[in-house]
Design a protein. Structure first.
Length: 353
């Protein structure tokens, strides 16, 4: 735990904390599944103390388990029980890597050391169930909304979008001030910046993201058929995505690449576009980048797994609306509400039930 505390204090990202369960022969059978579940639950509670801002599902997703069954009673049904321990709302399964005993008959060694001679059935049938096997736990590719900003009345952008005003009459400087003040803000030109929860959420923006989906008006202010293909987005020669980006539009155009970001223009329903993005993400998660109308389409199709929405105290009155109230999502999502340390926004963290 001292090592983990040091990682937290130095803002070092920790993805997985692994524990090992050993089945040493001591003359008695042990319920390794129960022992492992107990150890995993204890680790979860310790991680919760270190990462109080994390939801339970995320904490369970950080736990890895390596089983060393040896000759104690631990079979495939126990492995499933241990894995299910992590299958909670919003979580990824606890990872289990079963490792069998050495492929030699060690009954004579056991008898000499312990004074007990385990039977053939106990010695071999229990351990051979897992000997030499590795079970790959399939992890779902999540569709994540991250760091999406809305006004107190639920608008993600104002009216009258133009080339000069991508957010319409909304002031993005005010809406994004909480993120721009952090040490991890990618456009920071001077050292410094805040740490804590705001910085963590800003830093997590690209973590394990393999593709992005966005609506056409996040990419461009143009409506209708493309007049030309000279417009390449708001972001210049170095877009901040660093992944394939799927732009949803009824007016397709050829794909193009800027630096390490490739933009694809697709005309499809949310489920079809998500399938394309997941394939391009190569096992990583997919970020749903907005705008509000596009996010609402995916919510209505029940395709979103997690959302982080930063609610600003400002009011817009009109524009592209994500919700009238965040309570609209509580029939399908769990929610934590955490005030920003900066006092500029309130973070709403949703994960699917």
């Amino acid at each position: 735990m001292a090592l983990l505390r040091n990682a937290v204090d130095n803002h070092t990202r920790v993805d997985v904390v692994n524990i090992m369960a050993f089945g040493y022969w001591d003359g008695a059978q042990h319920d390794m599944a129960a022992d492992t579940r107990s150890a995993a639950a204890g680790l979860h509670d310790q991680l919760a103390a270190l990462y109080p801002e994390q939801r339970p599902g995320k904490l369970w997703g950080m736990i890895g388990v390596t089983e060393m069954p040896g000759i104690d009673d631990y079979g495939p049904q126990d492995e499933r029980a241990v894995s299910r321990r992590g299958n909670r709302p919003g979580s990824r399964a606890v990872r289990v890597l079963p490792c069998g005993a050495r492929p030699v008959d060690r009954r004579a060694d056991i008898a000499r050391v312990t004074g007990h001679a385990p039977s053939d059935e106990f010695s071999w049938s229990r351990r051979s169930a897992f000997h030499g096997t590795r079970r790959r736990i399939q992890v779902k590719q999540l569709l994540r909304v991250q760091n999406f900003n809305v006004s107190s009345d639920g608008y993600g952008a104002g009216e009258n979008q133009s080339l000069e005003r991508p957010f319409g009459h909304a002031d993005p400087g005010e809406m994004f001030a909480w993120a721009g003040a952090t040490a991890s803000w990618p456009n920071r030109t001077e050292p410094g910046g805040s740490r804590g929860l705001d910085d963590y959420l800003t830093r997590d923006f690209s973590h394990n993201i393999g593709a992005e989906i966005m609506g056409r008006n996040k990419f461009s202010p143009q409506r209708g058929p493309w007049q030309d293909h000279e417009w390449l987005g708001w972001w210049g020669d170095e877009p901040p995505f660093h992944t394939p980006v799927f732009v949803m539009t009824h007016h397709e155009r050829p794909s193009f690449t800027l630096s390490d970001t490739t933009f694809h223009f697709v005309d499809g329903d949310p489920a079809t576009v998500l399938a394309m993005a997941r394939e391009a993400a190569q096992g990583k998660d997919v970020r749903l980048g907005g705008g509000a109308t596009t996010i609402r389409e995916f919510l209505d199709a029940d395709l979103v797994d997690t959302l982080h929405v930063a609610v600003s105290p400002m009011k817009l009155g009109s524009g592209a609306r994500l919700w009238e109230s965040p309570e609209e999502l509580l029939d399908r999502f769990h929610r934590d509400v955490v005030p920003s340390p900066s006092g500029q926004v309130t973070h709403h963290l949703f994960w699917h039930k």
